[in-house]
Design a protein around this ligand. Structure first.
Ligand code: ATP
Ligand code: MG
Length: 557
């Protein structure tokens, strides 16, 4: 459903109500809290557009907070890529913050809970803790450590910090309610021991806060007014509120929306990391990945991604969005902005027998017929020998084949009408040349031939053609929901990448710039591959086909 300008989503309703009530003096402060353990994906884009978008709409601010409480999986490379992707999407954060900067404050918060008799050090193993927790239908039981004195808890917690105990030896738990129907309130873990190097704090800490302890407290430290997260955190909300209440700190509030799920891909960073590590793809920015960097390399524009996120809206119930909608959004954008060019991906030679051999003339074509003034035009060299697509010729065509066949006429885009006279074959019967004649008076723009033809085909002049590499992409997975499979990697589409080493492009494509979209007429939207293009070899990625070929396939079924 389109997000109607007038109707507010449920988070906007909450914010407007808060502003009316002058809650937090009418201020709105949101945050985007990525864990730097992977690259951002299109699901994160939804959260970014929502958090930054709300702040923009209500004159507020958005913090970028790296949720870096897990020293083992986090890296500086991820921090840099995340910042880069957010900026590329067109957003600017108010402050760049790190949960690890709050480790000292969080430690003090934990001490305060111990002092209030609301937290204790538990020596049980994780298996024992799980066993004592009970089940959703049976209450939990206290472990033998639950009633330790405040003094003992304070001493043990300090010793945990000092590194006296090995990993897993002890944990700090909140003392809440072992009979709560909400499992998250059955004395949740607050801290664990981890002797590990942290990407920012080095070896300073031997204990690290758990997500539930760090997240809400960080929100509160920053005075976040609306802490927006995905639905799986609904059952964590009572704990979020409990911790803030007991610590008597800034009353941040958590609100949950449905995460973005997209078909024919996976979105969990853990799975994406496997694809990278096991070399199913060429890095996090492989154009088949649902990552922001992959989409960028594929030729998606920031506007198309923002549009997509706005179109899908903010829901309270999980759903799966068709990747066709994302493709629709980039097509819509590129149709308006891409420069038109000609390139032949599967070439066969066409010779114009009545055009003087060796002669060249310069034709022109608008860069962008969708834009006013066409955004200028480029020169296109023409000669007697052209490359055309093999599929644009048929020796024995069916009815209504409006391309080339013996005796048939077509227009060469931006050039002349030609008529197919003859074909030349090699000994094996393969067509090597198509011989045509042209109508000199049929030049595009000054056509006096009086002849109307139904088909127009693209072409590239043989002596002027530039050899480029073209990469065509298809869905990375063969099934709609790979994450639901026992082995998601078994559903990888083996034909998701087709490389054409020798495609022929019109010479102006030598000036192609990274980040710009080009429509290869009749072949789709393409962009220069910023990673593998060299001065000697241009590589183009197909962003998307011109029409939704999958929708067509479906209609056929
Ligand atoms: P993953 O499960 O892919 O590892 P995550 O939720 O662990 O993702 P974080 O780095 O913790 O990743 O996410 C940062 C923010 O982005 C969080 O607020 C999270 O709710 C949000 N987010 C992550 N995935 C999605 C998604 N698919 N749709 C909407 N928001 C998402
Ligand atoms: Mg997470």
């Amino acid at each position: 459903m389109l997000n109607d300008e007038k109707s507010l989503n449920f988070i906007e309703e909450i914010i407007e109500e808060d502003i009316r009530n002058e809650k937090h003096a009418g201020k709105v402060l949101t945050r985007f809290p990525p864990e730097p353990n992977g690259y951002l994906h299109i699901g994160h884009a939804k959260s970014i557009v929502l958090n930054f978008g709300l702040a923009q709409k209500y004159n507020g601010r958005t913090n970028l907070r790296f949720d870096d409480t897990n020293p083992v999986t986090e890296e500086t490379e991820y921090v840099e890529s995340i910042k880069n992707d957010i900026k590329w999407l067109g957003f600017r954060w108010a402050e760049e913050l790190y949960t690890s900067d709050y480790f000292e404050t969080l430690y003090a918060f934990a001490v305060k809970l111990i002092e209030k008799g609301l937290a204790y050090v538990d020596d049980s193993s994780s298996e024992e803790i799980a066993a004592f927790k009970g089940t959703p239908t049976e209450p939990g039981k206290p472990t033998p450590y639950r009633d330790r004195s405040v003094a003992e808890n304070l001493r043990l917690f300090a010793e945990m910090r000092d590194g006296k105990y090995p990993d897993g030896d002890k944990v700090l738990r909140a003392k809440i309610d072992l009979a709560s129907p909400n499992m998250h309130l059955r004395d949740p873990l607050l801290y664990r021991i981890k002797h590990a190097h942290h990407h920012r704090t080095g070896n300073k800490w031997r204990i690290y806060p758990m997500y539930d302890f760090a997240h809400g407290q960080s929100d509160s430290i920053e005075n976040i007014t609306h802490s927006i997260c995905t639905l799986e955190f609904v059952p964590h909300r009572p704990l979020y509120d409990w911790l803030i209440d007991q610590l008597e700190i800034f009353p941040s509030k958590q609100y949950e929306f449905a995460r973005l799920n997209l078909n024919y891909t996976v979105m969990s960073k853990r799975k994406l990391l496997q694809l990278v590590n096991e070399k199913y793809v060429d890095g996090w920015d492989d154009p088949r990945m649902p990552t922001i960097s992959g989409l960028r390399r594929r030729g998606y524009t920031p506007a198309s991604i923002r549009n997509f996120c706005e179109r899908i809206g903010v829901a309270k119930r999980e759903n799966i969005i068709d990747v066709g909608l994302l493709e629709f959004c980039i097509r819509e954008d590129l149709n308006q902005t891409a420069w038109r060019r000609m390139a032949v991906l599967d070439p066969v030679k066409l010779v114009i027998t009545n055009y003087p051999a060796g002669q060249t003339e310069t034709l022109t074509g608008e860069n962008n017929p969708e834009a006013e003034g066409g955004e200028g035009e480029r020169s296109i060299p023409f000669s007697s020998e052209l490359w055309i697509e093999r599929e644009d010729f048929m020796e024995n065509p069916p009815k209504k084949f409006f391309r080339l066949a013996p005796g048939l006429m077509v227009r060469l885009k931006h050039a002349y009408i030609i008529k197919c006279e003859d074909v030349v074959k090699d000994a094996a019967g393969n067509i090597t040349e198509i011989h045509c004649t042209y109508l000199p008076e049929s030049k595009s723009g000054e056509d006096t031939s009086g002849i109307k033809v139904k088909g127009t085909i693209h072409w590239v002049s043989v002596p002027h053609a530039k050899t480029v590499e073209v990469r065509l992409y298809d869905r990375l997975f063969n099934v709609e929901n790979p994450a639901a499979e026992t082995d998601f990697k078994s559903t990888i589409n083996p034909d998701s990448l087709q490389i054409i080493k020798n495609a022929y492009a019109e010479p102006d494509l030598l000036h192609a710039v990274p980040g710009k979209g080009y429509q290869f007429i009749r072949k789709g939207y393409f962009t220069l591959d910023s990673k593998t293009t060299t001065a000697d070899k241009l590589v183009f990625n197909r962003t998307v086909t011109l029409r939704d070929t999958w929708a067509k396939e479906l209609r056929k079924e």
